[in-house]
Design a protein around this ligand. Structure first.
Ligand code: NAD
Length: 494
């Protein structure tokens, strides 16, 4: 039994009096029934985080680094348990959780264990000849973080690690549907010797618990990953107390295939890029723009590969694709495809809810959609399901303009064997990440974050680390002169 709150170094049930069933979306069965957190639980967790801040912010970098190194070792030892828990609460195939979510998360811990010892300011110098300046990078205080359900463990890591490595303390609210691995992680932070109150997790509803966390005046920074509309609400609440805001929001990633691309690479890349995590990935390829000479061949090759994807029990290592997170999400995805049929789309693959054994889960077949307009709903809105739309283009300029014709700007890819085209695409596409001849790979050393309405702020890398710090200028007089020459600008003093 997992408790919905971990705060001040202790797990306990929430006090809202409401229960929430964490459900396995492959089976429709209840994984855990939890009494969720109340606003009072948030207030207590923030108090724990505020109390812990003084000592943790002054802890030597080596101490913070050592605790994170121990955490990485604990997680290595429990990797299989984490992978299974993540699969059960999300329906992700066990191959994905064991080969991607869990090792990626552990690598993040190791990265930030190193980063903790590398906080740098710019060189000390006498810019005006009379004062020595130096830059201090200091932790901000209590960070309030809110995470989505699609990569629960990785999102918890991306929030917690840079924050605590830099000396902040944190209260994290995971998504209601997927809190289990975040709560396991909080307990393992304690086991690694991270002091009580540094890492706190409260699982509760967005409207109550989430908003209480963002609004709390003791919280100095809000870091949110989720949809763009909720991000707008988060930003609105945070303005009232002028908090630093870090937003990682929705996406609708373009996948631009030029006519000199390696077709086999592009088609395989489209399958992996569009279907990862059953398409519930903010960077997933969702709009393929294919230059006219390759268009028919790309659609045929990708449709064939989509049809060959194996849906099944997420615990079976042979399974390629698991269910969506919930029946509600399945219905939402099916709705997009049905409406597209209504306005004349061709469904080149999929477009169905599978029956048989899979009917008990929230499954949806990988779906390839063609013959839709750029401004159609299915090509414009975030679907968050295994659906790829393909549109043709003629000139390079047109392809790149179509890629940029979106409110989002999180990620994109361009496919070409011409280095100049690839470099031009990497410059022209307005997104926080542009892959050339691949789509999805991420590494702890490199930043992840959006342009435009995909938000601002970076996760992972030294860029994330720096975002969780304040920059302080310290200026020291080196003359020892009591009556400084510059004073005469204000008063002569005789
Ligand atoms: P969501 O916005 O519905 O919910 C995200 C979190 O916000 C949840 O924990 C939820 O409880 C909480 N929340 C909801 N209403 C709230 C409110 N009024 N105040 C405070 N918190 C509130 O998103 P989701 O459905 O969980 O996740 C999918 C979305 O997340 C997609 O749009 C996806 O693109 C995005 N996402 C973005 C990134 C990124 O790095 N940019 C990564 C993963 C997911």
């Amino acid at each position: 039994m997992t408790d919905a709150v971990f705060s001040g170094g202790r797990a306990r049930p929430g006090t809202s009096g409401e229960t929430f069933d964490v459900t396995n979306p492959a089976e429709g069965t209840v994984v855990e029934s939890m009494t969720i957190a109340s606003v009072a639980d948030v207030e207590q967790a923030v108090a724990h985080a505020a109390d812990a801040f003084g000592d943790w912010s002054r802890a030597a970098p080596a101490e913070r680094s050592g605790a994170l190194t121990r955490l990485a070792a604990i997680l290595e030892g429990r990797a299989r348990e984490y992978a299974e828990a993540e699969t059960q609460q999300t329906g992700k195939p066990i191959r994905l959780t064991t080969e991607f979510d869990v090792p990626g998360s552990i690598d993040n811990v190791s990265f930030f264990a190193g980063a903790a010892r590398h906080l740098e300011g710019s060189a000390a110098a006498e810019w005006d000849g009379t004062h020595t300046s130096m830059i201090r990078r200091e932790p901000i205080g209590v960070v309030g973080s809110i995470a989505p359900w699609n990569y629960p463990l990785q999102m918890a890591m991306w929030k917690i690690l840079p924050a605590i490595a830099a000396g902040n303390t944190i209260v994290l609210k995971p998504a209601e549907m997927t809190p289990i691995t975040s709560l396991m992680l909080a307990a393992d932070c304690s086991a690694a010797g991270i002091p009580d109150g540094v890492v706190n997790v409260v699982m509760g509803a967005g409207r109550s618990v989430g908003e209480a966390l963002i609004g709390d005046p003791r919280v100095s920074m809000v870091s949110f990953t989720g949809s763009t509309p909720v991000g707008q609400r988060v930003m609105e609440i945070a303005t009232r107390t002028v908090k630093r805001v870090h937003l990682e929001l929705g996406g609708k990633a373009p996948f631009v295939v030029f006519d000199d691309a390696d077709l086999e690479a592009a088609a395989h890349g489209a399958v992996a890029g569009a279907l990862i995590n059953t398409g519930q990935d903010c960077t997933a390829a969702t709009r393929a723009y294919v230059q006219r000479p390759l268009y028919d061949a790309f659609v045929a090759a990708t449709a064939e590969l989509f049809d060959g994807v194996l849906l099944g029990d997420p615990m079976d290592p042979a399974t390629d694709l698991g269910p969506l997170i919930s029946v509600r999400q399945q219905q939402a995805v099916a709705g997009f495809v049905e409406r597209a049929r209504g306005y004349g789309a061709t469904i080149a693959a999929g477009g169905v809810i599978p029956g048989g054994d899979l009917a008990k889960g929230a499954y949806y077949r990988p779906t390839l959609v063609t013959d839709v307009a750029q401004d159609s709903e299915i090509a414009r809105d975030e679907i968050f399901g295994p659906v790829l739309v393909v549109l043709p283009f003629d000139t390079d300029e047109e392809g790149l303009a179509l890629a940029n014709d979106t409110i989002y700007g999180l990620a994109a890819s361009a496919w070409t064997t011409d280095i100049f085209r690839g470099l031009r695409a990497s410059r022209e596409i307005q997104a926080g990440c542009v892959w050339i001849n691949d789509h999805i790979p991420i590494v702890s050393e490199m930043p992840h974050g959006g342009y435009k309405q995909s938000g601002f702020g970076k996760d992972m890398s030294m860029y994330a680390f720096e975002e969780y710090t304040n920059v302080k200028h310290v200026s020291m007089d080196i003359t020892g002169v009591a009556r400084k020459p510059w004073h005469r600008t204000i008063f002569t003093g005789n």
